[in-house]
Write a protein that binds this ligand. Structure first.
Ligand code: G3H
Ligand code: 13P
Ligand code: ZN
Length: 284
């Protein structure tokens, strides 16, 4: 089927009390893993590409791969831009067929983030494209955040209320204790903050940096209103881990399919588990 906008799926997820998995892709095999997992689980799914993925694979390749994957399946598929920090690139993705974009103005002062996000929403609406924004600093696991810093970097619930009321975004990514990449210890999520944000805003909440977050915390976050959950690192670990294993087993192997095939299978398994954890299995 044709690619679908994120907003439609989020509305259903909100009614059903589950979350949609948003999985990062960089190449054909990962796109196939994501769609294969969604099909096996009869689940709606979000395939997202970061600016880095677009730089690596090329925008036209990403669009063609994901369109092809969506056309060949009955499960609803969203093509989403992840962490679009360039206004021009966000516009390009809207024009070229993405059905959802993230405009990430989280490094900007609040008023500037609001102004730019609002502009993206105005234009995206004309094309029927959904918009996710970010408030607060999610960062990476390499950023050592002290307890004192956490409060300054985490999303302020009253700012979130103002942000969503003024921008009318379809989803808001929040900083509540997760980070991108591999965690050194166990991440501690600020559930009280999440609960208050969810109470104050009218759109669903997005959780970034979700690889390595314990299952119980994911389940609690969904109970508190998270409806889109981003996973990249766990896919990378499974994919590259399986490639490494295949090459270690057969160091003389020269057929890329013998290395990439097991990697694709390993990624599919990880994604299926996430889909089940998020509760979107059987929700197509
Ligand atoms: O949010 C970050 C994603 O894991 C994408 O990472 O910019 O290396 O593609 P990337
Ligand atoms: P992880 O790589 O930590 O899973 O985060 C993914 C993400 O948030 C993409 O935007
Ligand atoms: Zn992210």
């Amino acid at each position: 089927m044709a690619l679908v906008p994120l907003a439609d799926l989020l509305q259903k997820a909100d009614q059903g009390g589950y979350a949609l998995g948003a999985f990062n892709c960089n190449n054909m095999e990962i796109v196939q893993s994501i769609v294969g997992a969604a099909e096996a689980e009869s689940a709606p799914v979000i395939i997202q590409a970061s600016q880095g993925a677009i730089k690596y694979a090329g925008l036209n390749y990403i669009i063609a791969l994901v369109r092809q994957a969506a056309d060949g399946t009955a499960v609803p598929v969203v093509l989403h831009l992840d962490h679009g920090t360039s206004f021009e690139q966000v516009m390009q993705c809207i024009r070229f067929g993405f059905t959802s974009v993230m405009y990430d103005g989280s490094s900007l002062p609040l008023e500037e983030n609001i102004a730019r996000t609002k502009k993206v929403v105005e234009i995206a609406r004309v094309f029927g494209v959904s918009v996710e924004a970010e408030l607060g600093r999610i960062g990476g696991t390499e950023d050592d955040i002290s307890v004192r810093d956490r409060d300054a970097l985490f999303t302020d619930p009253s700012e979130a209320e103002k942000f969503v009321a003024e921008t009318d975004v379809d989803a808001l990514a929040v900083a509540i204790g997760t980070a991108h990449g591999q965690y050194k210890g166990e991440p501690e999520l600020d559930f009280a903050r999440l609960e208050e944000i969810n109470r104050r805003i009218s759109c669903p909440v997005v959780l970034h940096g979700s690889s390595g977050v314990p299952d119980e915390s994911i389940t609690r976050a969904i109970e508190l209103g998270v409806r889109k959950i981003n996973i990249d690192t766990n896919i990378r670990e499974a994919f590259v881990g399986a490639m490494r294993e295949a090459l270690n087993d057969k160091p003389a192997e020269i057929d890329p399919r013998k290395v990439l095939g097991p990697a694709r299978d390993a990624a599919t398994e990880v994604i299926r588990k996430k889909i089940r954890l998020f509760g979107s299995s059987g929700k197509m």
